[in-house]
Ligand binder design. Structure first.
Ligand code: SAH
Length: 363
């Protein structure tokens, strides 16, 4: 399905129509009008239908009366970190559920938006605050996309644009596969945001059947695997999903992905003190990665309020990285951004007293 139809289907459902066709028939909208509206919302990034002056006034008013909105998510809290590099938003959906998205402005021109694909998460990784809170519901393609759209509008006021999007917010993207692929289509659409596939990364807890499905899509979208452990014993200890898909099955799916796409796989490895950070774990991980088109990202742990886990101290993270490096495994130690605003997955929603200063809210 094309991006425009995905978008209008969602808009139409939100205001009581069955789908895009039903909506366009009822309002007798010509296709060029649809294109105008879609571009105004997603390429020109206007705030509301009333601002689209190329549309007849009557049509604007009709759509306004119908409750037609350019965004399906409403910012309720927006915080910027003290170094101004990280901006975190908590967004309310039409039914009152809340999800988080984060904008990271790296030095240079790179801007990455991290978006949520579900309200909550069903996979219960022990170290993750979203996982601990449980699953509420899937987001629609537009609800996922609109988190990025919000930050695209905010950046535009400063003459900047989104360069990268990562599905590393709340939820498991491959547990909401179809909507996530729809969101990818919306992000990519040249008539909308126009983000290149290579600038989009989907991170999964490791759903083997969905990795295979994704492989078959033949897209240039990056794949990241939340590995976090080099063997079944350690991984099953804090990631229940590993009891469904073993490490061996997971790694086999990654090999099939590389064989078919010739694209690199990124492995996320969050450093948990005394859990997965021993030199032995580093050696095992190096064995698992050696000689493959794989890249390891070591992630400093963002401590969650009541969780039992502590992060590995930085010097030990670098020792761990050195073992991988020595084995020839491409490794990056991720910079921790936005610690002062609890920017790790699910943390803002879990907080009651935001500490950082707030930005004025805009839609
Ligand atoms: N469900 C997807 C996306 C989850 S969030 C997945 O599992 O990949 C993206 C990454 O952040 C995952 O690797 C997740 O394990 C990690 N993460 C979750 N909580 C974290 C925390 N408190 N500190 C650091 N990384 C965390």
């Amino acid at each position: 399905m094309d991006a425009q139809t995905i978008w209008f289907d969602d808009v139409a459902r939100g205001i009581g129509f069955a789908d895009a066709d039903d909506f366009t028939r009822a309002l007798d909208l010509k296709n060029y009008r649809l294109i105008q509206i879609y571009r105004a919302a997603n390429k020109e990034l206007l705030g509301a239908i009333g601002e689209v002056t190329t549309l007849p006034k009557e049509l604007r008013e009709t759509l306004e009366q119908r409750g037609f909105s350019f965004s399906s998510v409403e910012p309720v809290v927006v915080q910027r970190s003290n170094d101004a590099q990280t901006t975190k938003g908590l967004f309310r959906l039409h039914d009152g559920n809340e999800v988080e998205a984060v904008l990271m402005e790296h030095y240079g021109d790179r801007t990455t938006v991290c978006i949520s694909s579900q309200a909550g998460c069903a996979f219960a990784c022990a170290f993750c605050s979203t996982g601990q809170a449980g699953f509420t519901r899937n987001l629609t393609s537009r609800e996922i996309f609109d988190q990025a759209r919000y930050f695209a509008r905010e950046l535009a006021t400063r003459n900047k644009r989104i360069t990268n999007v990562v599905f590393m917010g709340m939820g498991e993207p491959f547990h909401n596969y179809v909507a996530v692929m729809g969101a990818v289509a919306l992000l990519h659409d040249p008539h909308g945001l126009g983000l290149g596939h290579r600038h989009i990364t989907i991170s999964t807890v490791g759903l083997v059947d969905k990795i295979d499905r994704f492989t078959d899509e033949g897209l240039q979208v990056n794949l990241a695997i939340s590995l976090h452990a080099p063997n079944d014993r350690v991984r099953s200890g804090f990631m229940p999903v590993n009891r469904k898909f073993s490490l061996e099955e997971l790694m086999a799916a990654c090999e099939r992905y590389v064989a078919k796409t010739n694209r690199k796989v990124f492995f996320e490895y969050v450093m948990l003190e005394g859990v997965n950070d021993s030199p032995e774990c580093a050696r095992e991980l190096a064995e698992l990665m050696r000689g493959k088109l794989y890249h390891v990202n070591l992630i400093p742990y963002n401590t969650t309020p009541d969780g039992p886990f502590a992060g590995t101290p930085d010097p030990r993270i670098w020792e761990f990285a050195a073992v991988l490096d020595k084995a020839g495994v491409p490794t990056t130690v991720r910079k921790n951004m936005g610690r002062d605003i609890a920017a790790a997955c699910g943390q803002l929603r879990a907080e009651t007293q935001p500490k950082a200063h707030k930005l004025p809210l805009s839609s």
